[in-house]
Ligand binder design. Structure first.
Ligand code: 3H9
Length: 704
């Protein structure tokens, strides 16, 4: 039928096989092949039609690489309308992940069977889209409005057994049953029973006052939760239309809102992140035959919050962990914290009792380093102090088996200086987890001067196993994320002392989409952490006092942040809700007087512009120096580790959206009006602005 679709008749049943690796996306050749197969089936003497896929999955959706380009005929809507109208019994046989346009294809079949491992979902919302091929209209007709609302607005896949209960799947194959044979048997039973051609488009749908209230509540909830994303609201519009208008009208609305979402910059940002996340896992220049080393046993040094969180990541993935702490008390505290975290996950329904027990059984505590003699990988998560880390690495080098990889979870320290104290610098790298480590998806993999290709490949593979988004970084102070963060935080501090209040700064950034404003983040982490770090620095290293005088004064007054009930804000002891505290404004004003700063009104636009341009300028410098491999890697770091709004695509994508030339002009303006020291434009930013280029254009040229 086409290079990716074949059609044959086996025992009077037509079989459409789709073979479009890696995920059987609905590329043009699949769509045209499907269309031709339907034509063939309608005029031959087969009695029914089964659609199934080769490889690891049923169709995982439309081909995202075709988005944003001129449409190629036939469009999916046409193909699916043809499928919906087909004059013979149609059955979709699902395995792997039937997602997006893939599930929509299956929903156009009269019946669906699935193997037990299959999952179905409509993840378009994660790309700033809505299901654009009937998903918003057929799903509620088959599964009810509430299930459709959850499935489509969360974008989360649903297991086959649940999909059977929900009515999205009609028949579950027996465990281990061959997919084709199972689908044939099921189809035969439908034919034998004279099953009607059950079209989802023709099913009735009810709409009660209760349903209306559910949709209204969802609108409000999602407005808050998705921080300004537009697709979730459009999805609810479509669901409401599904329940209140004829099918054809609902389909028309869905199509027009799908196209609206597709041309929305939010969707291009989210699609950019989809590919950036996958690209980030690829290491430039790695020899093709580099094989990751096996990692079955992991050691973690330091049973604090970080070490415990890291231990959970590995145990959750079925990897045995030995957690080491110097003191029995520290170890007990750490293991206790882990147990509490697991029991919270169980009580919130995020984890089953069995899985929690199985994971905890994989974590062994010890106060004896020699129990690490046989582990494949050790991750050190002790206090941020170079000498201490070097001492730990000397010990590890003596104790661990020769092939073991030694990793540091440092946020700032020089990984080369840590590797240098061992006799195996080629086996040393940074694995920088983000707090809480068992929740945050980002993992910075820091390649030191001597880290071997093999251990970098191993780290990438391990990251994927434990469900992280890995990003490669070179050695520098703060690597990618924290190095940029210093500039962002500096501007937050300067806006504060120059005239804004903490609430103005945080609301400006949260209103723009950040998960949490910069000062509220400081309160959450504890202001004493930065204070202590600054104590170890010379005045020169600390930089401009205007960028740290306020937090220093707050810490000296015991305002350490949330843990003390007060920091930049005061916190309700019960609810932890923050509120303004006039005492903080007094501190800010006195710091401004002391440092000779005249306070002025600062707008939300200025706050957002200064903080984001500071990120972009430093990000450009990081690219210039080769600390990050690509602009998209920086975007992945910010989206997965720093609460950057995903629908803005990350700092470097933001620069492209705003126009690099415009960003460069703004940086120059701040250099001329605010501070020549803080705002020297990066050479790369300047070069791209001068050549009217973008970060993505620059990246494309380098790849070519
Ligand atoms: C849609 O369907 C719209 C419709 O409603 C309406 C249309 C009118 N297209 O993730 P992996 C690539 S919107 C093109 O590492 P895994 C991916 O880039 C779509 N390429 O594998 C990667 O390439 P590379 C709704 C795609 O096993 C390779 O496949 N569907 C697509 O960890 C392997 O991917 C979705 O949003 C695609 N649709 O996970 C599903 N999908 O090797 C998106 C993947 O060059 N996909 N690629 O880096 C996924 O969620 C995961 O890929 C999946 C497999 C779970 C399927």
């Amino acid at each position: 039928m086409s290079e990716t679709v074949s059609y044959s008749i086996e025992d009077d049943i037509g079989i459409v096989r789709i073979d479009n690796p890696p995920v059987n996306a609905l590329s043009q050749s699949v769509r045209s092949g499907l269309m031709k197969a339907l034509e063939a089936s309608s005029s031959d003497d087969s009695k029914a039609l089964i659609i199934l896929c080769e490889g690891r999955t049923f169709i995982a959706g439309a081909d995202i690489t075709e988005f944003g380009k001129p449409p190629l005929e036939p469009v999916l809507g046409e193909v699916l309308q043809r499928l919906d109208e087909h004059n013979k019994l149609t059955v979709a046989a699902l395995h792997g992940t039937a997602l997006g346009g893939g599930l929509e294809t299956a929903l156009c079949c009269h019946y669906r069977c699935a193997d037990t491992s299959a999952r179905v979902g409509l993840p378009e919302v994660k790309l700033g889209l809505l299901p654009g091929a009937g998903g918003t209209q057929r799903t509620p007709r088959l599964a009810g409005l509430e299930t459709a609302l959850e499935l489509i607005t969360s974008g989360q896949p649903m297991a086959a057994a649940k999909a059977l209960d929900a009515g999205l799947v009609d028949h579950l194959l027996a465990a281990g049953q061959d997919l084709l044979q199972g689908a044939k048997d099921y189809t035969r039973s439908l034919l034998d029973g004279n099953a009607p051609l059950r079209r989802a488009s023709a099913l009735p749908i009810a709409f009660s006052e209760q349903d209306k209230a559910t949709l209204d509540a969802a609108r409000k909830r999602l407005q808050q939760k998705t921080r300004g994303e537009r697709a979730p609201q459009r999805i609810i519009d479509c669901l409401e239309a599904a329940a209140t208008r004829p099918f054809e009208e609902g389909l028309k609305l869905e199509r027009s809102l799908f196209l609206e979402c597709m041309s929305d910059p939010q969707s291009s940002a989210l699609r950019h992140l989809f590919f950036a996340e996958r690209e980030a896992a690829k290491v430039n220049g790695l020899a093709k035959d580099t094989r990751p080393l096996p990692v079955e046993q992991v050691g973690i040094i330091g049973a604090g919050t970080m070490g415990g969180g890291i231990a959970m990541c590995f145990a959750n993935a079925g990897i045995a962990v030995t957690l080491i702490d110097n003191s029995p008390e520290g170890l007990e505290r750490g293991l206790g914290l882990i147990a509490r975290n697991y029991s919270t996950s169980v009580s919130r329904g995020r984890l089953s009792e069995e899985k929690s027990a199985a994971a905890q059984a994989l974590i062994q505590g010890s106060t004896d380093y020699t129990s690490l003699a046989n582990v494949d990988l050790v991750i050190e998560a002790v206090f941020e102090n170079l000498e201490l880390k070097q001492t730990v690495f000397r010990q590890l080098d003596n104790i661990c088996k020769p092939g073991a990889i030694l990793a540091t979870n440092t946020s700032y320290q020089d990984v080369n200086a840590i590797a240098a104290v061992t006799n195996r610098p080629q086996q040393v790298l940074g694995l920088h987890f983000f707090s809480p480590a068992n929740v945050m998806k980002l993992l910075e993999i820091v390649r030191a001067d001597h880290s071997s290709d093999e251990i970098i490949a191993t780290a990438m593979a391990v990251a994927k196993r434990i469900g992280k988004v890995p990003v490669l970084a070179g050695v520098c102070y703060g690597f990618i994320g924290n190095r940029m963060l210093r500039h962002y935080q500096r501007e937050a501090q300067l806006c504060l002392i120059e005239g804004a209040t903490p609430a103005q700064i945080d609301s400006a950034m949260e209103g723009w989409g950040m998960a949490m404003g910069p000062l509220a983040v400081g309160d959450l982490a504890g202001l004493d952490i930065g204070y202590k770090a600054r104590q170890a620095l010379s005045d020169d290293e600390k930089g401009d006092p205007k960028s740290y005088r306020v937090p220093d004064l707050l810490v000296e007054q015991g305002r350490l942040g949330q843990k003390a009930g007060k920091g930049y804000y005061q916190y309700d002891p019960e609810t932890r809700k923050r509120s303004d505290d006039p005492a903080v404004l007094e501190v800010v004003e006195s710091a401004a007087r002391e440092l000779g700063v005249e306070r002025r009104a600062i707008s939300a636009e200025e706050i957002v512009s200064r903080l984001t341009c500071a990120l972009i300028n430093e990000g450009a410098r990081i690219l210039e120096e080769g600390i990050a491999q690509r602009p998209g890697d920086i975007d992945a770091v910010y989206a997965y580790g720093y609460g950057f709004p995903r629908h803005r695509g990350g700092p470097m994508h933001l620069a492209d959206t705003l126009g690099v030339k415009q960003v460069y002009k703004t940086v120059c303006h701040y250099r001329d009006t605010l501070s020549a020291d803080n705002w020297q434009p990066s050479a790369l930013l300047e070069a791209l602005a001068n050549s009217d280029d973008s970060f993505s254009g620059w990246q494309a040229q380098r790849q070519a």
